[in-house]
Design a protein around this ligand. Structure first.
Ligand SMILES: Nc1nc2c(c(=O)[nH]1)N[C@H]1C(S)=C(S)[C@@H](COP(=O)(O)O)O[C@H]1N2
Ligand SMILES: [Mo]
Length: 252
């Protein structure tokens, strides 16, 4: 188990992201992982993505392609008193907790995240319900954050805990480390050059561009690095995965 981590660590400090992803893809995901976690159709999509390259980029568009109306979906206003307080104070006291299987857990303020080197990308969001929209996202590459908190060798997933819920069941999502280190995977604080609105997930939402809309977790409060998804929610890796059996790996 040490070799992959050392490789990933040394590459993180020394070389480019694409090399990290290739290495992570080759070493972190074992066949037993795929067999245990994925159902057969989903497994096909996952393996196809691995063949064409999990590190391949999602198409990017131009400002001229931006959708004039990017609709909201799912929860558009978390009901919790804690979230309401943060909203009323413009998220000044909000912190993103990053913990779990990391050597250096940290709490990031929104100002600290906005001060980090940003990436911007114009991509198409595809909802499983049959609509798409093109938007511009600006935020912190997740890889940069993970470098700061120092993932432990036992970490295999990142769980995104959100502020909202449906009937008391918290919304959450999870991704593997290949997607976590993908160059387009970011924590977006800005949409179409404006601070992320509450409807679209303020103050911070995930963009994981090779997957469907429900993976794009809004209202992120905490990111937890884990070795397994079995102990989170009902164990399927996400709110919709738990509730109605959506694929955990929603590759597009
Ligand atoms: N926390 C949270 N994240 C969420 C949802 C949600 O209800 N709560 N809905 C998901 C779904 S199904 C989609 S299509 C997108 C919608 O994002 P938008 O509201 O910015 O269009 O957010 C996803 N992330
Ligand atoms: Mo969706």
């Amino acid at each position: 188990m040490m070799a992959p981590l050392l490789t990933r660590r040394s590459i993180l400090t020394g070389l480019g992201f694409s090399t990290i992803i290739g290495t992570t893809g080759g070493l972190v995901l074992s066949p037993s992982f795929r067999d245990l976690v994925l159902a057969s159709g989903e497994k096909l999509a996952y393996q196809t993505h691995r063949l064409i390259g999990r590190n391949a980029l999602a198409p990017e568009f131009t400002e001229a392609d931006l959708s004039p109306d990017f609709r909201t979906n799912g929860n558009t206003m978390p009901a919790s008193a804690e979230y309401q307080r943060h909203m009323e104070t413009s998220f000044a006291n909000w912190r993103l907790q990053v913990d779990g299987l990391v050597a250096a857990p940290q709490a990031f303020s929104l100002a600290a995240l906005k001060a980090m080197p940003a990436r911007a990308q114009i991509t198409r969001h595809d909802c499983v319900e049959g609509w798409s929209a093109i938007g511009k996202w600006t935020g912190v590459p997740l890889a940069a954050l993970l470098t700061q908190v120092k993932l432990l060798p036992t970490a295999r997933y990142l769980v995104l805990h959100c502020a909202d819920d449906f009937s008391g069941n918290a919304y959450y999502e999870s991704i593997d480390l290949v997607d976590a280190f993908h160059p387009q995977t970011m924590l977006a604080h800005t949409m179409n050059d404006q601070p992320l609105s509450v409807g679209h997930g303020a103050p911070l939402r995930l963009r994981v561009e090779r997957q469907l809309g429900y993976k794009q977790a809004k209202y992120i409060m905490r990111i937890e690095a884990t070795a397994t998804l079995a102990n989170i929610g009902l164990g399927k890796g996400g709110y919709w995965e738990d509730q109605i059996g959506y694929d955990w790996y929603a590759g597009i």
